[in-house]
Design a protein around this ligand. Structure first.
Ligand SMILES: Nc1nc2c(ncn2[C@@H]2O[C@H](COP(=O)(O)OP(=O)(O)O)[C@@H](O)[C@H]2O)c(=O)[nH]1
Ligand SMILES: [Mg+2]
Ligand SMILES: [Zn+2]
Length: 300
């Protein structure tokens, strides 16, 4: 049997990239009976239909490493969270929220600070260093000057990537810059308009010429993962998604310290001493509140 990867699905057909090229497939009937459908990104085993040799049947879906709901795609290696220095200004709460969401799902994140050509004060340095020392890969790019595009390519190479970030930060422009053939539309408010018209957007995996795949819906700002919900994070565990808290959290006076109002909290004193960036801590408390709020809504 031939192995391949589903790169798109249209009207009940799935297009599977194999060593023999792109093959149009139908899923086996058993999948429908069991209410399982293949997803873009699935690794599958297919058999060829002898009469044509160009069509196939999906016989087996290999176990999924993860599944994103929005966009609907399986087996993503990492999430590229894009923000811009200006137009729009960085939304650090959104960034930290996305980092938590991705972390909870065992999805790596890289942070891309775009529109570096708009930098005047060197303000991106402190910002970048904070995330680098927390253990994230940070690339700084500009589609106008070409800065950092090789770094970004290097981060995308041989992986399956999904882009996230506010509309207007330059996600489509970045993809076009590293692969001009993509010709994605840029500078539009079309994401919202499209959604308003209820146009169904099927995710598609685009192949990068230098190796790697990227999900073609670079227009959403929230990640949704099927297996886990935001409110499933146990309060205490949220700190695990703020890697730079770790060296301090073991030294809090109370085991199970949530680093909020507890006395003798080492995380809080690290914030006071400037060893943890204050916005990271503020976002931690904000996200903690959001988790509690959504849990309350669920159980009330
Ligand atoms: N100054 C500057 N503008 C950029 C850069 N990258 C993208 N833009 C502009 O930002 C706007 C939004 O870009 P787009 O790629 O559509 O953003 P998306 O909504 O995240 O896909 C467009 O007008 C782009 O020309 C950059 O590096 N520097
Ligand atoms: Mg776009
Ligand atoms: Zn503490």
């Amino acid at each position: 049997m031939l192995q391949g990867r589903v790169v798109k699905g249209i009207g009940g057909f799935y297009y599977v990239r194999t060593e023999l090229g792109l093959i149009e497939c139908k899923p086996r009937g058993i999948f429908r009976k069991e209410k399982i459908s293949p997803l873009v990104g699935d690794r599958v085993k297919i058999s060829l239909i002898k009469s044509t040799g160009e069509q196939g049947v999906i016989e087996e879906i290999l176990p999924r490493e993860n599944v994103l709901i929005r966009p609907s795609v399986a087996n993503v290696d990492h999430c590229v969270i894009v923000m811009s220095l200006d137009n729009p200004k960085p939304d650090l709460l959104l960034l930290d929220r996305l980092l938590v969401m991705a972390g909870v799902s065992n999805l790596n994140s890289i942070i891309c600070i775009n529109k570096m050509d708009l930098e005047s004060s060197g303000c991106s340095t402190e910002f970048a260093e904070t995330y680098v020392s927390a253990g994230y890969r940070v690339v700084r790019t500009s589609t106008k000057t070409g800065q950092g595009l090789d770094d970004l390519k290097d981060a995308l190479k041989d992986r399956t990537s999904v882009f996230a970030g506010l509309s207007g930060v330059g996600k489509s422009s970045l993809l076009n810059s590293i692969q001009p053939q993509l010709q994605l539309r840029t500078g539009e408010i079309s994401d919202r308009l499209k959604r308003g018209r209820h146009t169904t957007r099927h995710a598609e995996l685009l192949e990068l010429s230098f190796g790697g795949m990227v999900v073609d819906t670079p227009g959403f700002s929230s990640l949704k993962l099927s297996a886990l919900k935001y409110e499933d994070i146990v309060n205490m565990d949220l700190a695990a998604y703020f890697p730079e808290f770790k060296v301090y959290s073991g030294r809090c006076r109370f085991a199970g310290c949530r680093h909020l109002k507890e006395p003798g909290c080492s995380v809080k004193s690290a914030v006071e001493k400037g060893r943890i960036a204050s916005w990271r801590y503020e976002n931690y408390t904000e996200i903690m509140g959001e988790i509690e709020e959504s849990r309350r809504r669920r159980y009330d």
